[in-house]
Design a protein around this ligand. Sequence first.
Ligand SMILES: Cc1cc2nc3c(=O)[nH]c(=O)nc-3n(C[C@H](O)[C@H](O)[C@H](O)COP(=O)(O)OP(=O)(O)OC[C@H]3O[C@@H](n4cnc5c(N)ncnc54)[C@H](O)[C@@H]3O)c2cc1C
Length: 471
Amino acid sequence: MVASDASPQNGVSAATVSTSGTTVESTVETKFEAVNGTVRVNGETAGPLRVETLSVAVTDGDDRATTATQGPGFRLLQAGVGAAILAVVGLDVPGPQTLSGPLNRPTGGRSELVVWWIFTHTARQSGMARNLAVVGAGGAGAAAAYALHDADVEVTVFEKSRGVCGRAATRRHGDCTYEYGANYLKTDDDRVTELVTETLPTDGLVDIEAPVYAFDRTGEIDVGRDADEHKWTYEAGITQVAKRLFNETDADVENGVRVERLERQRDGWRLEDDDGANLGHFDAAVLTPPAPQTADLLGQSRWDHDDCRELRQEIASVPYRTVIAGVLHYPFELDVPWYAAVNTDKDHDIGWLAREECKDGHVPDGESLLLVQMNEPYSVANYDLHPDQLLEEIAQRTARLLDDDRLTDPDWTDHQHWRYAQPEDTVDSDTVDTAADHDLYFTGDWVGAEPRLHAAMRNGLETGETVADRL
Ligand SMILES: Cc1cc2nc3c(=O)[nH]c(=O)nc-3n(C[C@H](O)[C@H](O)[C@H](O)COP(=O)(O)OP(=O)(O)OC[C@H]3O[C@@H](n4cnc5c(N)ncnc54)[C@H](O)[C@@H]3O)c2cc1C
C-alpha cells in the first residue's frame, strides 16, 4: 500500500491513492467540514481507507498552532489556539463516511480549521492474498494458522526452537518418549476436544486411563480428585497436536528463527531476526510467546505509539510461575495404582509426579520414567543449582515421597527449567484487542481462559478467525 500526502485547502484535502501489486491509481477528494460540532469526511472513495496520520491546525488571526498524533489509534487532538478538540474514533473508513467526534470551535473571531491527512488505501484487487506472520509455533500459533487454512491469507510461522508445540513439549531418549512440559490435553473445551478427537487424524491418540492421586506436605499419597474426564496425548508425543494442525494448512513454518524486532510500517509490519536480518513485510502479525517475552519483543520494536507503551505495560504485568522439571528413568517398574500424584496444599517441594509409562507408546515394558515437577518456591530458590546436584536432590525427594530407596539412583536423567511455565492470570482483553487497529494480534494461554494447552488452542482458533475477518 502506498500512502500519499494531502495538501491543506481550508478544510478540503485531496489525496492520491495507489494500491500495491497493481498499476491502478485513483484520486480521492475528501472534504472535511465542521458541522454541528462534528467533523465530517465526505470522500468518494473506492474502498476502505485507513487514516494513518492526521494533523489539525486552528488558526486565529496570525497565530497558528498545530498538534498532530502519529498512526492509527489516536483519539484526541488538541490545537492550542482557540481550544479546538478533535476526537476521532473508527479508523477504518469503509467508503464515503463520516468520521465524527466533538469539535468545539471557538465562537467569534477569524478561526478556521485546517486538516491535513495521510491515509492508506486498503482496498484490494480480488484474489490478492494477504500475508500474515505468526511468531511462535506453540498450540496457540498452530491453532491460529489452522483457523486460517481456508482464508486467502499466506501464513508464515517463525519459531525459535527446532520443533513445534512450545511448552507442550516431547523428547525422546532411547526407546522412551516423554512429555516434560504440558503432560496432557484436557477436555475442558468442547471445540478443541472435537477438533482433536474427530476432525484431526486420531491415529496414535492416547487417553491416559490411570487416575491422578493427591498428597499434601506430609507426603501421604492417597486417592485424590481426578477431575479430568479424559487426558489426551499421542503415542508419538503431545507435539503431534501442533504437527497435525500445521499439516492441515499451507503455512510455511520456519524453525530456528527467533524474531527479535518488529517495525511498524504504514501498511503492516516488517520483522527482523536476532541477527538483524529482514524476515519480510507482512500485512499483519500474531504474537504468541509467553507474555513477558511478548512484552520484550514490543520493547525492542520500532513502533512509536502510545498504544505500544500501554500494550507493553499491560502484557508485562501478567505474572508467571517458574517450574523446574526433572525426568528420572529406572530399569524397573513401580507398583503403584496411579498415573500421577499432585500436591494439593502446594507445601511440598514436589508439585507433580507422573509416570510416563502410563501413556501408551512412551516407555518399554519393565521400565519406569518419572516426570517430577517442582513447586514454585523450590524452583525459584534452586534455579541456578548445578544440574547434577539438582537432579540428585529431585531423586532423593522422589524416593522419600514414594518411600522407595531405589529411586535415589536413576540410570539416566533429564531436566528442563521453565522460567515462564504458566501464567497465573490472564491479560486484560480490552487492552490487547486495541492492537487489532494496528494489524497486530496476540494469542496464547495468557490471552485465553486459563493456563492450559486447550485454552491456548481455543484462543488461537478464535484469533485466527478474527484475523481472517479483518485482513
Ligand atoms: C511444566 C508445565 C506443565 C504443564 N502442564 C500442563 C498440562 O498438564 N495440561 C495443560 O493443558 N497445560 C499444561 N501446561 C501449560 C501448557 O503447556 C501451555 O498452556 C500451552 O502449551 C501454551 O501454549 P502457547 O501456544 O500459548 O505458548 P507456547 O507453547 O509457549 O508457544 C509459544 C512459542 O513461541 C516460541 N517463541 C517465543 N519467543 C519467540 C521469538 N522471539 N521468535 C520465535 N519464536 C518464539 C516458543 O519457542 C514457543 O514455541 C504446562 C506447562 C508447563 C511449563
